[in-house]
Design a protein around this ligand. Structure first.
Ligand SMILES: *Cc1c(COP(=O)(O)O)cnc(C)c1O
Length: 400
């Protein structure tokens, strides 16, 4: 029998669960795109995007997804033949670097594997070795969604400073913004990337770049810009349509205004971070308990390097894949697939999954996912330590 009928729950790391209020705000006819309310609403969205990133910098909005923001960042930051330093802790860092390489940029990569965060000492050494300052930009992924590693942005900034290197620091926060603490100004970030469909709780379709004054000044001669991706008119539009290089993403803007109000003016950013952290702790605690008597483990051993938005884990002997299928077909919960953790078709390919807890997610949803997973492990006879749900509930009881 299947018990999946009812409201299904997509616990994958994007698109995330969208609040009914965001969907309702989008459910209307299109406004005038030349003047009136939409112009004021866009100014409010831009102001709120600064607040959500704790940034006084400029904001460019693109009709695109996360991959598009990678391309936008490369197009505006560097020139053909320039060098970037890519810091990799999973699939997403590799993806950004691949876009840069395909655009004619030389990529120097530091790969920190799939289990541990960026080591700022190695970054500093690589920058010190670059005596001619050929590296124009350092690419860092705040939370790599494939591994659920969270990197220390401030520590990487400190490494650039310690090396006395003028490279810009660009950070991909697509999986972390409005989930994990992030401070654009305080942490000395030059460019930051995000997209609408993760912590920002809006359907996929918008990508954002935050840009510091220093980044603007240092990149005036960048020669990879094409009209659509050029951030110049978007950052300082003379006419409204230049915000978007064409028709505004009208309905996404209504959704963004609503979600930013919920995050900034109702719950409050520090509380949003704290909620995600508490839910992440509950998820980690369940996995740790299950792992006490089974071939089950979190991908990231050090709690201080775990994302607040997503948890990558391993269940051996193909257990992850079997459990994902059971949760979706029998209980209405879709878990995230393992990404980049094992070669497709290899013996380990079915051993990895991810549980997302990003955006519009609360205690009952997270405990629900965990309880369904535990039921699935029972049904599938996947060996696991007892008491995972009890342990997760204790975390929620202590935090709520
Ligand atoms: C989701 C994600 C991306 C890619 O976003 P798309 O919208 O799927 O193109 C890039 N980087 C990170 C860290 C992500 O989580």
């Amino acid at each position: 029998m299947s018990l999946a009928h009812g409201r299904s729950y997509l616990a994958i790391p994007g698109p995330s669960v969208m609040p009914e209020r965001v969907l309702a705000a989008m459910h209307r006819s299109a406004p005038n795109i030349y003047e009136g309310d939409l112009v004021d609403l866009t100014a409010q969205v831009v102001a709120d995007l600064r607040r959500v990133a704790m940034s006084t910098g400029h904001v460019a909005i693109y009709i695109t997804n996360g991959h598009g923001t990678w391309e936008a960042s490369v197009a505006n930051l560097v020139s053909r033949g320039d060098k970037v330093l890519s810091l990799q802790t999973g699939r997403f860092g590799h993806g950004w670097a691949a876009h840069a390489a395909a655009m004619g940029v030389t990529v120097e990569a530091l790969d920190f594997g799939l289990k541990t965060p960026v080591d700022p000492g190695r970054v500093e050494a690589a920058l010190r070795a670059d005596k001619g300052h050929e590296i124009k930009c350092v690419f860092l992924t705040h939370v790599d969604t494939a591994t659920s590693i969270r990197n220390d942005v401030a520590a990487v900034r400190a490494a650039l400073d310690a090396a006395g290197h003028p490279a810009l620091l660009a950070v991909d926060c697509i999986a972390s913004l409005a989930c994990d603490e992030f401070r654009f100004d305080d942490w000395g970030v030059d460019v930051m990337l995000a997209a609408s469909q993760k912590g920002l709780m809006v359907p996929p379709g918008l990508g954002f770049l935050w840009v510091s004054e220093k980044a603007l000044a240092q990149t005036r001669a960048a020669d990879l810009r094409t009209p659509y991706w050029d951030w110049g008119p978007r950052l300082a539009p003379e006419f409204y349509y230049q915000h978007f290089c064409g028709t505004a993403p009208t309905h996404h803007l209504f959704g963004m205004a609503e979600s930013l109000k919920m995050i900034l003016d109702e719950e409050g950013l520090p509380q949003v971070w704290a909620r995600h952290r508490a839910l992440a702790r509950a998820v980690a605690t369940a996995f740790e308990t299950w792992g006490q008597d089974g071939d089950i483990g979190l991908n990231v051993a050090d709690p201080s390097c775990r994302a607040a938005s997503v948890t990558a884990a391993r269940i051996g002997a193909g257990g992850a894949e079997r459990l994902r299928a059971w949760c979706e077909n029998r209980a209405g919960v879709t878990l995230g697939i393992g990404l980049g953790m094992a070669a497709p078709g290899s013996a380990e390919a079915g051993d990895f999954l991810r549980v997302a807890h990003m955006g519009h997610v609360n205690a009952h949803m997270t405990l629900g996912v965990l309880a369904v997973m535990e039921a699935g492990m029972q049904a599938l006879a996947i060996p696991h330590g007892a008491g995972g749900i009890q342990a997760a509930a204790a975390v929620i009881a202590a935090e709520a």
